[in-house]
Each structure stands twice: as C-alpha cells, then as structure tokens.
Design a protein around this ligand. Sequence first.
Ligand code: PGA
Length: 251
Amino acid sequence: MRKNIVAGNWKMNKNLQEGLTLAKELDAALKGKTLNCDVVIGTPFIHLASVATAIDLSKIGVAAQNCADKVSGAYTGEVSAEMVASTGAKYVILGHSERRAYYHETPEILKEKVLLALANGLTPIFCIGEVLSEREAGKHFEVVKSQIEASLFNLSAEDFGKIVLAYEPVWAIGTGKTATAAQAQEMHAFIRKTLAGKYGETVANDTSILYGGSANASNAKELFSNPDVDGGLIGGASLGVDKFLPIIEAF
Ligand code: PGA
C-alpha cells in the first residue's frame, strides 16, 4: 500500500551529541500524536546506532544516507548495507544528487547499492531529478525516466514494491527555489505512468513518491495536496523540530 512519508535528510550536519538531542526532541514532540504519515530521519552513519536506541522506532524510522556497493571486505572507509541494518535503521537514501555529483556515483554503482540494501531488508529511498540545464532544455522527463530505468528496472515487481522514490529537482535542493506544486505533480504523475508501463498499475499506485528540494513548513501543505505527491525528503528544514514538525503535520 502507498504510504505518506516525511523523511529528513540531515546530510553532513550535527555532531553526535547534537544529533541525539534533535532525535530525542523529535521523539518527544511526536509522543501521543496521531500522525497521517510515516516519519523517517536520515542521519550520518555514526549517529545511526545511538539514535535508533534513543527513540521510539515504531514512530520514527531511521535512515542511512548511503551504503557501500560491495558486500564486505577490504574497502577502507566504506559502510555496508548489512552494517546499516544492524544498527536498527530500516531505510537508506540512495542516489542523492550530491552523491551522484560529488562522489561520482553512477547508475551502475547505484544499481548494486539498491540490490544490497534490499538483500539486507532495508528500504531504499531512491532519489532522481534533473539539473537546471536539463529542465531548461525540456529534457527533465527523459532524464528522470532514464535514472529510474538504469538503476531500478532490473528489479522484479516484488522487489520494486519495496522502493520509495524521491523526486528532487537538483535546481531546487538547498536553493530556496521549490518546484511549484504543479511542476511536482506533473513529474510525479509522469514517474507513476513510467512505473505502470513497466510493472503495471498496482505496483505504480502502491509506490510512494516523495518530493524534495526546499520543501518547508510554508509550502508542504500545497505540495502534499497533489494526488501523486506522497510526502517529502526534507534537507535544511529537518534540522530543527520547530521546522520539521509542521511539515509532518502538513498531512
Ligand atoms: P533541501 O534538501 O530541503 O535542503 O533543499 C533536500 C534534499 O537534498 O534531500
């Protein structure tokens, strides 16, 4: 079944103590509340295990922001999907545009990461999105479709059913320039149609497609009111409970 999800992406912010404080504050703020969405926080690797033991995991899911494309072994500095899962994290953000751009993660590398995440019981939150020049050239649909095809369309329908997608137009990330609700809906509907073409209507309708890119308390309600926008992947506005809670409550 398609779920509404509000997921925070802390990126490389907050030391361990600050991160734990934020996670506990969020946990306290959600206590006793009935929510209309699932809540996830994507923390740096070193926070995962401590955060997972400090919060109510039935209320807040924990996500890593990356995992290795190899199972285990001599890969100094890498963190495997199995290690992520062993912390209590249930999700992993993969294919973020910052990983693609700054760390040269190719569609082939991401394909391996997705397979390893799934093999270890993690839900990938798989990011896709065009850069500004691609949108200006009218290539945004084509770009997003090929990102999905290249890293995910090798999956069986059953495995694809475990994926959460996040459409994040790169020109909207951290820029304060949000896609309009109409632009988000147009792309999300296109993505769902692309999924339906490959896996059929049921899988397409059951897939959660989040929007990311300067989403905040003032625009979340309008973005989430679109029929094909099932939540958000939130960067800057996930770094404080005062900013993140109203986004969760926008559902
Ligand atoms: P932003 O980041 O909300 O700060 O634009 C979103 C993301 O990169 O996931």
